[in-house]
Design a protein around this ligand. Structure first.
Ligand SMILES: Cc1cc2nc3c(=O)[nH]c(=O)nc-3n(C[C@H](O)[C@H](O)[C@H](O)COP(=O)(O)O)c2cc1C
Length: 402
């Protein structure tokens, strides 16, 4: 990203133990090419030194509303921001934002901005579940502020509970998705995403599988969650457990994925079938490990799996959008269009897995998006998260307006 054109993020740091993790948030945002200005509350400076933030930030850390060098720092900070991230957001800061207080640089900046705000709360579970904090959090959500819910885990003082700040990579991923020019409003939308390659057991230790890493599905799920959707992720690989807004169902085989997705599909607005599902499975799965015992050949018979997409299309809700994915090695668009029509999909995302920078495992993809109404978009090599943004933006445009 060119320094001049870099989106500007104001990173507000509240006074909690998790303030040390904010340094990692800062580093990740700067490494992603954003211009990041740290702003520390007086309490935050009791936990972490402003020098570290100044050294790692794009500008020296700001700490004072009554600053000799800038007579009105809060309006300058607020107006120039493309995004404001609050991490950690203390119970006190959340209350200030909810009620419009402006008695220090952090709260005044938050009041003076028109940029989207991402808040990552961090506090003990007693505070997080306190009715006053719950009320304030609802007010923030109603005001359109993005809340990155904390997770359950280790808290300060050796305690355990719900209130641990989301991991820095999660907060950075939210920030990136919210800054995207392709962002659409997915609040109150339910989205089903499948990810990973299925494994079809031959015996207890062997399987028929494929090389799908689940990365494209994970990117779809995490961008959708950051844009406000309630995401159901049915996945064969671990990776997004604990990501706010995503409920994960772990499966292994195509038949498990079939069952899990059919249970959910009738409640979904958008279905994104990014998993690589095996078309065939061994006709029998041995309960004991197959032994070589001097054999020179071993034949495994395969039978066709149920067609998950066909069944999802049959059970879909009226007005929902069903998106298929096609990994091809030749005649990409022809195959994709044929699959789109045969399976009665609304949209298909096709990638030629033989092309450099596309397909399994890598962090980039090269896809063509084809819709049932005849539109076609050939995207260049992009990060999988950017591909996810294009896919979600297009799928959203196919939903009936409310
Ligand atoms: C050791 C210690 C740890 C604290 N941790 C938290 C915390 O994790 N979350 C929180 O909401 N408040 C925490 N507090 C209380 C805040 O520091 C206090 O409410 C402060 O006024 C917050 O100021 P600020 O919101 O302007 O940063 C902690 C206080 C102390 C002394």
């Amino acid at each position: 990203m060119d320094a001049k054109e870099s989106p500007r993020i104001v990173l507000c740091v509240g006074g909690g133990i998790a303030a040390y993790k904010s340094i990692e948030v800062l580093r990740r945002l700067v490494d992603s090419g954003y211009h990041v200005v740290p702003v520390l509350s007086a309490a935050a400076r009791r936990f972490v030194g402003e020098l570290t933030f100044s050294a790692l930030g794009s500008e020296p850390a700001k700490i004072d509303l009554f600053d000799d060098t800038d007579p009105i720092p809060h309006t300058h900070l607020g107006r120039s921001a493309d995004l404001v991230v609050v991490a950690p957001a203390t119970a006190d800061l959340i209350s200030k934002i909810a009620h419009g207080s402006a008695d220090d640089l952090v709260s005044a900046t938050l009041l003076a901005t028109r940029a989207p705000i991402v808040v990552a709360p961090a506090m003990h579970d007693e505070m997080w579940s306190n009715p006053a904090v719950r009320r304030n959090i609802s007010m923030l959500r109603n005001d359109g502020i993005f809340v990155v819910d904390p997770s359950e885990g280790r808290l300060a003082g050796g305690d355990h509970g719900n209130g641990r700040m989301a991991e820095p990579w999660v907060i950075a991923s939210y920030a990136r998705s919210i800054l995207s020019p392709r962002r659409v409003d997915l609040r109150s939308r339910r989205i089903l995403v499948t990810a990973g390659g299925t494994r079809e057991a031959i015996d207890p230790v062997r399987f028929v599988g494929n090389s799908s890493s689940g990365k494209q599905g994970f990117a779809l799920a995490s961008v959708a969650a950051a844009w406000g959707a309630e995401v159901e992720l049915v996945s064969t690989v671990d990776g997004l457990a604990g990501f706010p807004g995503i409920s994960v169902t772990k499966v292994v085989s195509a038949s498990e994925m079939h069952e899990a997705t059919l249970d959910l599909v009738s409640e979904m607005d958008i279905v994104l079938m990014a998993a690589a599902v095996a078309d065939f499975r061994p006709s029998q799965s041995a309960t004991e490990k197959f032994k070589r015992e001097g054999r020179s050949e071993w034949h495994v018979d395969l039978v066709a799996n149920d067609d998950i997409l066909a069944d999802l299309v049959r059970r879909r809700r009226d007005g929902s959008v069903v998106v298929g994915f096609a990994a091809e090695t030749s005649d990409l668009v022809e195959h994709a269009q044929e699959k789109l029509q045969r399976k009665q999909l609304d949209m298909i995302v096709a990638n030629d897995v033989s092309v450099e920078g596309a397909g399994f495992d890598g962090d980039t993809n090269v896809v063509v998006i084809v819709t049932a109404d005849g539109s076609r978009a050939d995207l260049p090599k992009l990060e999988k998260s950017t591909v996810a943004e294009y896919v979600l933006e297009k799928a959203y445009s196919l939903l009936p307006s409310r």
